[in-house]
Ligand binder design. Sequence first.
Ligand SMILES: NC(=O)c1ccc[n+]([C@@H]2O[C@H](COP(=O)([O-])OP(=O)(O)OC[C@H]3O[C@@H](n4cnc5c(N)ncnc54)[C@H](OP(=O)(O)O)[C@@H]3O)[C@@H](O)[C@H]2O)c1
Length: 304
Amino acid sequence: MHNTIDPSQRWLVTGATGQLGGHLVRRLLAATDPPRVFAWTGRKPAARIDGAECSHIDLTDVAAIGAAIDAARPTHILHVAAMTAVGDAFSNPELARRINVDATARIMAAAREIGARVAFSSTDMVFSGDAAPYRESDAVQPLSVYGRTKALAEEAVVSGGGLVLRIPLLYGLAADGRATTFANQLTALRGGGELKLFTDEFRTPLWVEDAARIMIALASSATTGVRHVAGPQRLSRAELVAAAAQAIGATHAKLLPISRLEIPAAEPRPADLSLDDALLRGERPDLGRTTFSVAARSFAAKIG
Ligand SMILES: NC(=O)c1ccc[n+]([C@@H]2O[C@H](COP(=O)([O-])OP(=O)(O)OC[C@H]3O[C@@H](n4cnc5c(N)ncnc54)[C@H](OP(=O)(O)O)[C@@H]3O)[C@@H](O)[C@H]2O)c1
């Protein structure tokens, strides 16, 4: 892996225990001559990640955010911590706003004071799903509390001179072996379990390791504003999991195709959130996307 980062830099990753954050931290630490890496986790006591300086910082504590950034003085901040469960954000919109919006605004303010560069992970869920594929210039129209909080956070990042990277559904294994939704699905598939999967909900799924690589590369560049990053294919959830079943040889898996409209949901589920990332592909042709079949070899090998 060719992975060069200036070792004099100081990188802060929020949400370091999360799916994306875990890969970001490990990728930074895997650099030929790694920079200092500050890893924030929401859980208490702070998680331990060898090589990183880990702290527990509750993002609802805005005073703690400012003090911790002042102390670490990062040159780069990868802000990926969030309340990510759509159902949790719906049930607790006030807390979702504090974690996803207010904390982001506080991070931007603290970053501005020390001249740190910020890259923020947003989501395809800022769109309604009625007019895909979506470009950066399309108006946001979130259907969920989660999507609304991320759209508001984007405003704070853009107005503060940061980079918003809108990412689609991520798939892959966690860097620390923790169970992800995708990993749980693979386990169910291998056990011959039954999975109900939407055939009418489309995304442009991206391998989580690509998301980490691309986010670090863009944070290292001068790119600001909003960029989309999409996986190489538009797939329904059913197609994604069927491809995973094939990749791990789960020939006995029972995949039951269903419509998203059959499952009652508190908020409408967007039909098609495919992202158009032609802007980024044009600017950075060096940042390729791994095809599903190649990514699958990696996770098939890891789960044995
Ligand atoms: N996963 C996807 O498919 C996807 C798609 C599009 C965009 N995104 C965006 O990408 C980012 C990462 O997503 P992910 O799936 O990797 O997230 P995740 O696995 O759910 O992890 C979320 C992280 O945020 C931290 N966190 C949550 N509440 C916190 C709080 N109050 N204080 C401090 N930390 C807190 C968690 O810390 P603890 O666990 O230690 O509490 C965890 O490290 C998010 O910004 C998300 O909106 C994800």
